[in-house]
Design a protein around this ligand. Structure first.
Ligand SMILES: C[S@@+](CC[C@H](N)C(=O)[O-])C[C@H]1O[C@@H](n2cnc3c(N)ncnc32)[C@H](O)[C@@H]1O
Length: 122
């Protein structure tokens, strides 16, 4: 599995659940995740992989920076790992009604998206 990150106009593909030596610590002020956390949590060994994924993002996020995650996952399934005491970020949860998203309708049975906003503390 791959993810493309635009690092100052250089596209890099990598498995974000592996150690990310290529990316410097605290080098991103904003990280946008649209359903990648969801995908990782559905993979084999999801607990270990999700932990490594979040550790990677936490490490590369600069103090004061934001990791914004758009997810189908309800807070009870996402917050236990996102809010781990290992992570020095403040977590805000937003609930978005799918009926208000411009209208493809309810393609699944869930009525909401969730947006998790992690702001890393200084
Ligand atoms: C549901 S798709 C969402 C794609 C895109 N963000 C969107 O909203 O259209 C999940 C994405 O997560 C990526 N992904 C899954 N596991 C990954 C991993 N271990 N490392 C990097 N990317 C991963 C997949 O390649 C896929 O592009």
């Amino acid at each position: 599995m791959t993810c493309i990150i635009d690092v100052f106009s250089i596209d890099v593909e990598m498995d974000m659940t592996e150690p990310l030596d290529i990316l410097d610590s605290e080098s991103f002020t904003f990280i946008l995740d649209k359903a990648t956390l969801d995908c990782v949590t559905c993979s084999d060994q999801y607990g270990k992989k999700t932990q490594q994924y979040l550790e990677n993002l936490h490490r590369i996020l600069a103090p004061g920076g934001t990791y914004l995650c758009v997810s189908h996952g309800r807070p009870e399934t996402r917050l236990p790992q996102i809010s781990s005491s290992n992570f020095k970020w403040q977590v805000e949860t937003l609930k978005v009604n799918k009926k208000d998203d411009g209208g493809v309708g309810l393609v699944d049975q869930e009525q909401f998206y969730y947006v998790y906003v992690m702001t890393k503390k200084y």
